[in-house]
Design a binder for this molecule. Structure first.
Ligand code: TYM
Length: 332
């Protein structure tokens, strides 16, 4: 089975609908056909200087949501990034192959650092994509399921893999992004030109997986649309309605064309009402299961520890090869 790796940051207690549709539902499907590694990237989350106690809790909540959404820890390797020291170690080696300008061209870094100003922008934020490359390359992942916002980081990962291979000999698999178009970018409900994100300007723009279903329904009913009446998929003229149709289609399995036909002659209110049901029906069981898993943190920690054992086995092998190739002396 081809290898696959992906991860999410534990920057908030709950994942949001963009994480869920853009990544998590793909992960669950892909574990059937792939040898999948799914990690909670807690080292990446340090770039936003979280409160220590909160980071620890959020890491567990994130892992619990993976399982609750259907990641099977028996079939896939579920682990926490910091439990596998090779991630930080490989990141160092790769950082010595990454151009300063190359890292500076990452749009996510440019956006975030521009907002923060250079005094509060850390070196960690700058080298973040190199750590992400290490996450992927350690496992020789052939594919990486992510949302559209990670495409450029994947491109950097591919470049680093190829650069290393041509300088030191074939070592890394060069990974392909796996970004299904329909769910590549879920938009903010209040500002359908911006992606749904934890740093969203309005809390109503974001549906959290762990929100109370009543809250979720309310957010969807108050989603921004346009002044037209017809339910049609047109991302330019009808960004809000199109986003709602994408979400509906991804969760209900009905095609966009089918939904347009079903809603012909009906208004936006009907679409929102039905979508609220579709979303809460999908997320309610994930929420319930997450709460159950969090009620037994010992069992959860044990699952994660087993994942770390398996991940370490694979990662240490790759790291040993890398160290040997670049000329580090092996410890006898
Ligand atoms: P993160 O934690 O911001 O997001 C986790 C996943 O959710 C996707 N996503 C979205 N998809 C569609 N629409 C949206 N509005 C939306 N918002 C987020 C992201 O694309 C991502 O797939 N750097 C990564 C984490 C990471 C990683 C890795 C991913 C670290 N190492 C190795 C893959 C492989 C990040 O910050 O994702």
């Amino acid at each position: 089975r081809p290898r696959l790796l992906s991860g999410m940051q534990p920057t908030s207690g709950s994942l949001h609908l963009g994480n869920y549709l853009g990544a998590l539902t793909q992960w669950v499907a892909l574990q059937e056909t792939h040898d999948a590694f799914y990690c909670v990237v807690d080292l990446h989350a340090l770039t936003v200087s979280p409160d220590p106690a909160e980071l620890r809790e959020r890491t567990r909540w994130t892992a619990a949501q993976y399982i609750a959404a259907g990641v099977d820890p028996e079939r896939s390797t579920l682990f926490v990034q910091s439990h596998v020291p090779a991630h930080a170690q490989l990141a160092w080696v790769l950082s010595c192959l990454t151009g300063f300008g190359e890292a500076g061209r990452m749009t996510q870094f440019k956006d975030k650092s521009a907002k923060q100003g250079s005094d509060s922008t850390t070196v960690g934020l700058f080298t973040y994509p190199v750590l992400m490359a290490a996450d992927i390359l350690l496992y020789q992942a052939a594919e990486v399921p992510v949302g559209e916002d990670q495409r450029q980081h994947l491109e950097l990962t591919r470049n680093l893999a190829q650069r290393f291979n041509s300088r030191f000999g074939e070592t890394f698999a060069v990974p392909e992004p796996f970004i299904p178009e329909e769910t590549a970018k879920i938009y903010d409900l209040q500002d359908p030109t911006a992606k749904m994100s934890k740093s969203s300007s309005s809390p109503n723009g974001l549906v959290d997986v762990l929100d109370d279903p009543k809250v979720t329904a309310k957010k969807i009913r108050s989603a921004v649309t346009d002044t037209g009446r017809e339910v049609l998929f047109d991302p330019v003229e009808k960004a809000g309605v199109s986003n709602l149709l994408s979400i509906h289609s991804a969760l209900s399995g009905r095609s966009i064309a089918q939904l347009e036909a079903d809603f012909a002659g009906r208004g936006y209110g009907d679409l929102k009402k039905e979508l609220a049901e579709v979303v809460t029906d999908a997320l309610a069981p994930v929420r319930t299961r997450t709460l159950e898993l969090m009620a037994d943190p010992g069992a959860l920690d044990e699952l994660i520890a087993r994942g770390a054992d398996r991940a370490n086995e694979v990662a240490e092998q790759t790291l040993a090869t890398v160290h040997e190739r670049v000329g580090l002396v092996a410890r006898p």
